[in-house]
Every structure is written in structure tokens, then in C-alpha cells.
Design a protein around this ligand. Structure first.
Ligand SMILES: [Fe+2]
Length: 344
């Protein structure tokens, strides 16, 4: 079967939103975040050379913070992104999935109270070529999930929406201070990261059978002690997620995130049913070399230059490799994990 035809079959499977038994198992997944449409994006050459079978846009896929309901900035951002050669080539050749973060949501650090979220959602769904009967067109938010691959080699991609329902965050009392740069943890039990409908949906998703699950959250889940956006801004919600993973017994979870303008790997081993790993890749062209990350759970150093992330799956060896890759495609941070270890 030609590569294009294989891609087409794959896309049809994606669009059908179903696992199909005959489908070849996924072995190479790439992802990335934080791609500014007004800056060059040379990284796509390396992404394409990696030959991903799937690419996941994990948020801040464009920068289009808006100033009015006309949504001009976001509309123009998507129009400019569509013309970027490398991104266009990727979108033509590789099946893609996407969720959003604040800058393609339309408001810096925006949450559930953002007035224009419905307009932003329509632009998002159109840009990402979402079908008219897609469930995301019927329900609030852009969360979504797919199971890809044959039984025994299924990869579930869970795309969370950490914007549409999120409660206001508690502002810092010491702006730019290390560890409290913008926000302070807020243990208010009435505050939510996902909203009740998405929490219920996520519980259902974690009960679906899959050997491997990529839990995609635009903002970091495991990373602790920095004062930028992360699940730890709402520590009870972070704990709720860890509890849900334990209660459902869902195996095979790896957390995938972006947003932070660095690449890094994290592992949480305490009070979890099995070692939880998180791979953060950010940005595709918006990395900040000066970004600090106190990072008690981090594996190795942060990577401060532009990067993308990959998940290589060796089904025969029963092993996955998470890697942060530089703009030449070289793995600059990585960890190999036996799939069997990702189970209670
Ligand atoms: Fe962000």
C-alpha cells in the first residue's frame, strides 16, 4: 500500500472515531506546542523526517489573543498558520489531532470565564477540519479521544480541554519570584480544571480498553513548584486526576503536555498505582532558554531551545521511548519505559 493510501486509510479511521481491528499499530507519534505563526517554523523539516504516523498539536498551536468578539487576531493567526509551508506539508501528509491552550483559546492564561470561547471554538474546529457530526460540535469544550490500533496494540489519545471550564486562578503575591512567578496554588474545593461533564467523560474514557494511553493536557500535570500555569495551581484537581487514574485502574498512561517554552521529562513514583511519566515539549518555535524550572520530579535538565516531542512504540520489545528532539530531529532528552511497567 502506498504511503498516501495508508495515510488516507488512517485518516478515515480517525474521522470515524473508532478503533479498527485491521489497522496497523502506531509506532511513531510526534507532538508539539507553542508555534507562533509570525515567526519562522523551520522545525517542520525535522518533524517530517521523523515520519510520524500521527502528530498531536498540544496547544498554543497559533498565537491569536483577541481584543473583541470579531476575533480578528485569532482569525488572522489561523490564516497565517495555514500558509506556513512546513505546517501545511505536515497537515497534508500526516493525520493530526489537536487540543488548545490559552493563545489559540484567544486569551492569555484564559479560563472558563473567557467571553469569546464559543467563537474561538468554531475557529479551532474549522482549522482542524472537524466534521459536522463530530461530538465536539454538539457539546461545550474541545475535549476528545480516539483509540487507534488493533486489539493488543491499542493507543488511546485523550485530548483534555484545560481552558473552557477552568476556574479563575489565584494570582501571585510576588510577581516573577522563583516558584511564584504568576500564580499560587489554590486548594479551593469549589474550583475546577476540567468541569464536571469533562471529568465524567474522562472517567468513561479511562475505562475503555487500551494498552497505551497518551493523556494530553496543554498545561503541565506533574511539574511542581513553578508559578506558571499547571495543574498544581489547583492542587485538589491534580490529586483528583491521580485518584481517578488509581480508581479506574487504567493502565498505560503517559502524560503529554506543552505550554512551558521548554522541553522536559518528569516522573511521579509516590502514591500512584505505577510510575507516571510526563513529557513536555514546548515550543515548536517559542522556547525560552532562560525559563527556570525548580522541578522536583524532573528527569534530567530542561531543554531550552525549540523542540518537538516523540513517542516511539516498540510493540515487539514491549517498550516505549519518550524523547524531546531538537530542530534537527536529534533526541536531546529521553527515557525508555517498559509498557508492562505502566500498570497497577
Ligand atoms: Fe500556554
Amino acid at each position: 500500500m502506498s504511503r498516501n493510501l495508508r495515510c488516507m486509510v488512517f485518516v478515515m479511521v480517525l474521522l470515524a472515531g473508532q478503533a479498527v481491528a485491521q489497522q496497523a499499530p502506531l509506532t511513531r507519534i510526534a507532538f508539539g506546542s507553542c508555534a507562533h505563526q509570525q515567526k519562522p517554523q523551520p522545525i517542520w523539516d525535522a518533524v517530517l523526517a521523523y515520519r510520524p504516523e500521527l502528530f498531536i498539536f498540544t496547544g498554543d498551536n497559533v498565537y491569536g489573543d483577541v481584543t473583541s468578539a470579531a476575533m480578528t487576531e485569532l482569525r488572522e493567526a489561523y490564516a497565517a498558520a495555514a500558509k506556513i509551508e512546513g505546517m501545511a506539508a505536515l497537515r497534508a501528509q500526516v493525520p493530526v489531532l489537536a487540543t488548545w491552550d490559552d493563545h489559540d483559546y484567544g486569551q492569555n492564561d484564559g479560563g472558563g470565564d473567557f467571553a469569546y470561547q464559543q467563537q474561538a471554538k468554531e475557529l479551532f474546529l474549522d482549522f482542524w477540519r472537524t466534521e459536522g457530526d463530530d461530538p465536539r460540535r454538539q457539546r461545550p469544550g474541545v475535549y476528545d479521544a480516539k483509540v487507534l490500533g488493533p486489539p493488543g496494540q491499542r493507543v488511546q489519545i485523550i485530548l483534555l480541554d484545560t481552558r473552557s471550564f477552568r476556574s479563575p486562578l489565584r494570582p501571585t503575591d510576588e510577581r516573577h519570584a522563583l516558584g511564584k512567578e504568576a500564580y499560587l496554588p489554590d486548594p479551593d474545593p469549589t474550583k475546577t480544571m476540567l468541569g464536571e461533564a469533562q471529568w465524567a467523560w474522562l472517567a468513561e474514557q479511562l475505562h475503555r480498553p487500551a494498552e497505551l494511553r497518551l493523556l494530553v493536557s496543554s498545561v503541565q500535570v506533574l511539574a511542581e513548584r513553578h508559578g506558571f500555569e499547571r495543574w498544581g495551581n489547583l492542587p485538589l484537581e491534580r490529586q483528583r486526576l491521580l485518584n481517578l487514574i488509581a480508581e479506574t485502574g487504567a493502565r498505560g498512561i503517559v502524560i503529554v503536555s506543552g505550554d512551558r517554552h521548554i522541553g522536559a521529562l518528569y516522573r511521579l513514583s509516590e502514591n500512584v498505582p505505577y510510575d507516571l511519566y510526563e513529557i513536555t515539549s514546548s515550543g515548536l518555535n517559542m522556547a525560552y532558554a532562560h525559563n527556570k524550572d525548580i522541578g522536583p520530579l524532573r528527569l534530567g535538565e530542561v531543554y531550552g531551545l525549540d523542540n518537538f516531542g516523540t513517542i516511539d512504540i516498540d510493540w515487539r520489545a514491549g517498550e516505549i521511548t519518550l524523547a524531546v528532539r531538537d530542530i534537527g530531529g536529534k533526541a536531546v532528552r529521553g527515557v525508555a519505559i517498559p509498557i508492562a511497567a505502566l500498570a497497577p
